[in-house]
Design a protein around this ligand. Structure first.
Ligand code: AMP
Ligand code: MG
Length: 417
C-alpha cells in the first residue's frame, strides 16, 4: 500500500474509525482532576469522587404512608368490619407511641408506626365516631406503611464514584444526612479559535473576514459540563505564536480545546505545534462532518483540535471532545444517550464512515413521532443546529436509510440545553 492513496489512509497516518477513537478515549484516558469536599448546595453538576454510602436505613423506621388508624391485624375479624376504641395519637416527628392491645391509634403521614401495630387503615376507608373506629376486613400486613430500609439499606452504595450529580441525587444525599460531598475539582480548559480570517463579535468585519462563532459555542458547551474555561482568544495562522500559546496553556490547563487549523492546509499550524511540543494520538477520523479531528497530549494537558466549520466543530465536540472532557473530569458515563426513532426521510451515505445528520422530532397527525432531517447539510450551516433537536448517528456499514427505518437519535437535551 502506498502512502497518500486511498481515502482510508491519510499521509502516513491511518484514517481512524470513530469506534476506535471513542474506545481510546474511554479506555486510555483517566481522571486528572483532584478531589475536594463541597457543601451539598454547591455540588450540582459536579462529579462524585467517592462512592456515597448510606450510613443508615431510609426510611429509618416503619412509618405511616397515609393519615388513618394504626392497629393490630390480630384484633380484626376476618369476615366482617371490626369496631376498635381509638386510644392515642401518633404524629410525624414524635417518638414512637405504644399501641394498647385491642385498640387503634390515630396516625398521620410520616409518623413512626406505634409499637405493636402491623397495619394502617386509611381514614377514607374507616368510619370514626364517638371515640370508636370501624375498620373493614381484608387489610394486608403492613398495609399503608412504609417499611424501614425500603428505600435504602444501611451500607448500600447509593451513588457511585464518577457519577455527575443531578438534583435528585442531591435530594438523596440530603436524605442521608450528608452536608458535604467529595467531588472532583472542575476541569480547567483553555479554548482557542484559529484563523487569520476570524474577528471578535463587536469588531468591524474587514473584507474576507468572518466572526468567530466557535469560541462562544464551545465555551458554552464546556460550561454546561461544569468546566472552568479560560478563553484564550484567536490564534493567528503563524507557526511560532501558535506554538507559544499552546505551550503556555499546557502549563496550567487540564485540556486544550481548539477549533480550525488542523487539516492539511499550509495555514494549519496546530497539528505541527502539537507534534513539536507533545504527542498526537490521532488527527483524522472516518467521520462526516469532521474528518480533521486531533487528539493528543501536550505535557500534562490533553489536547483536542476540532474542525473549523462550526457545525463540524459542534458535532465533533459533542461526540468526541465531550466524552474526553467528561472522562478527564472523572465521570464514568461519558457517551451521549441514543434512542431509536423512525426516520421521516430517505438518505444515502457512503459505507466506511460514521455520519451525523441534524434532525428535529416531529409529530404526525396520527400522533406518531418521527425525525425530520434538516435539508441543507453543509457543515458551515449553523442554522441547521439551531433548528435541530439532536443528531442522527449513522453507523459505518449503513448505506441506505429509508423512511420508517429506526435510526439512533442523540438528543441535544442533556448535552446542550
Ligand atoms: P480551517 O479548519 O481552519 O480550515 O477552517 C475551516 C472553515 O471553518 C473555514 O471556512 C473557517 O473560516 C471556518 N472557521 C474556522 N474557525 C471558525 C470559527 N471560530 N468561527 C467560525 N468559522 C470558523
Ligand atoms: Mg483556518
Amino acid at each position: 500500500m502506498t502512502r497518500q492513496t486511498a481515502d482510508c489512509f491519510a499521509v502516513g497516518d491511518r484514517l481512524l474509525g470513530a469506534a476506535e477513537a471513542l474506545e481510546l478515549i474511554a479506555e486510555r484516558v483517566v481522571a486528572v482532576t483532584e478531589a475536594e469536599s463541597v457543601p451539598l448546595g454547591q455540588a450540582l453538576g459536579r462529579v462524585l469522587a467517592a462512592d456515597l454510602i448510606a450510613g443508615f436505613d431510609v426510611p429509618p423506621h416503619d412509618n405511616a404512608a397515609v393519615d388513618g388508624f394504626a392497629l393490630r391485624l390480630s384484633d380484626l375479624a376476618a369476615d366482617r368490619p371490626t369496631r376498635l376504641p381509638v386510644a392515642g395519637r401518633a404524629a410525624a416527628g414524635r417518638p414512637p407511641v405504644e399501641l394498647a392491645p385491642g385498640s387503634a391509634t390515630r396516625i398521620f403521614t410520616g409518623a413512626v408506626l406505634p409499637v405493636g401495630a402491623d397495619a394502617i387503615v386509611m381514614q377514607e376507608h374507616a368510619r370514626e365516631a364517638d371515640g370508636w373506629v370501624e375498620v373493614p376486613q381484608g387489610l394486608e400486613p403492613f398495609a399503608n406503611c412504609r417499611r424501614a430500609g425500603e428505600d435504602v439499606r444501611q451500607g448500600e452504595a447509593v451513588l457511585r464514584r464518577g457519577h455527575r450529580l443531578r438534583p435528585q441525587d442531591l435530594g438523596l444525599a440530603a436524605e442521608l444526612g450528608r452536608a458535604r460531598l467529595q467531588v472532583h475539582r472542575p476541569l480547567r480548559v483553555a479554548v482557542f479559535s484559529s484563523g487569520d480570517e476570524l474577528r471578535q463579535p463587536g469588531e468591524a468585519l474587514a473584507p474576507g473576514a468572518v466572526y468567530d462563532a466557535n469560541r462562544f459555542l464551545l465555551i458554552a458547551l464546556l460550561e454546561e459540563l461544569g468546566a472552568q474555561v479560560s478563553d484564550r482568544g484567536i490564534l493567528a495562522d503563524r507557526a511560532e505564536p501558535v506554538r507559544q500559546a499552546l505551550a503556555e496553556a499546557a502549563r496550567d490547563q487540564h485540556l486544550i480545546l481548539t477549533s480550525g487549523g488542523v487539516s492539511m492546509g499550509e495555514e494549519d499550524h496546530l497539528r505541527a505545534a502539537v507534534e513539536a511540543l507533545g504527542r498526537l494520538h490521532f488527527w483524522r477520523l472516518a467521520i462526516k462532518p469532521g474528518r480533521p479531528l486531533a487528539v493528543g497530549q501536550l505535557g500534562g494537558a490533553a489536547f483536542c483540535g476540532l474542525p473549523g466549520n462550526p457545525v463540524a466543530a459542534m458535532v465533533c465536540f459533542l461526540r468526541f471532545a465531550r466524552p474526553l472532557a467528561l472522562r478527564l473530569a472523572g465521570a464514568s458515563a461519558i457517551e451521549p444517550h441514543a434512542y431509536p426513532l423512525p426516520a421521516g426521510f430517505a438518505f444515502r451515505k457512503r459505507a466506511g464512515r460514521r455520519e451525523w445528520l441534524r434532525a428535529r422530532i416531529v409529530r404526525g397527525q396520527d400522533g406518531a413521532v418521527s425525525l425530520e432531517r434538516f435539508a441543507r447539510e453543509g457543515s458551515g450551516i449553523l442554522t441547521s443546529l439551531v433548528a435541530a433537536d439532536g443528531l442522527v448517528e449513522l453507523p459505518e456499514d449503513l448505506t441506505d436509510v429509508r423512511p420508517g427505518d429506526l435510526v439512533a437519535f442523540l438528543p441535544f437535551y442533556g448535552m446542550c440545553g
